[in-house]
Design a protein around this ligand. Structure first.
Ligand code: ZN
Length: 150
């Protein structure tokens, strides 16, 4: 495993649309392993591939119970709304209150290409929305109701 550099706001990679993953091979696994190490080191809860300069539809999350890997993720259902604090490893030191769905249903593939569904609520739902947005070139700031001074 190796640490990867997290690109920051202003880097053109963050505003591009990522391509689907078609090969579930060692190159993908290396990316996922590197992202896990990078996320742990950065002490974050979510990281998308474009944040390490790779324009592929991949993100990972970790809420303290192990890494969840999502390849070719798609939000297939959204319910309710929440307004909570959000930040981004690509926008260090910046936090804002965003408006997001309260609950989402994620459809994604694992590192071997097997499809799975995952229901997320509150922080998990925010994270799924935030990371999926990265794959379409969007930052959380587009959903911010007000920035916070922390
Ligand atoms: Zn982010």
């Amino acid at each position: 495993m190796a640490l990867r550099n997290i690109v920051k706001e202003g880097d053109p990679t963050l505003s591009k649309i990522s391509r689907p993953v078609t090969e579930f091979d060692e190159r993908l696994w290396q990316l996922l392993d590197d992202m896990a190490e990078t996320l742990e080191k950065a002490d974050g809860v979510g990281l998308a591939a474009p944040q390490v300069g790779v324009l592929r539809r991949v993100f990972i999350m970790n809420f303290g119970e192990g890494v969840i890997e999502a390849v070719n993720p798609e939000i297939v259902d959204r319910k309710g709304t929440q307004e909570e604090q959000e930040g981004c490893l690509s926008c260090p030191g910046e936090y804002g209150i965003t408006r997001r769905p309260k609950k989402v249903k994620l459809k994604a593939q694992d590192r071997h290409g097997k499809w799975f569904y995952m229901n997320g609520e509150d922080l998990v739902a925010r994270c799924i929305c935030h990371e999926t947005d990265h794959l379409d070139g969007h930052l959380f700031k587009e959903h911010v109701i007000r920035m916070l001074d922390i």
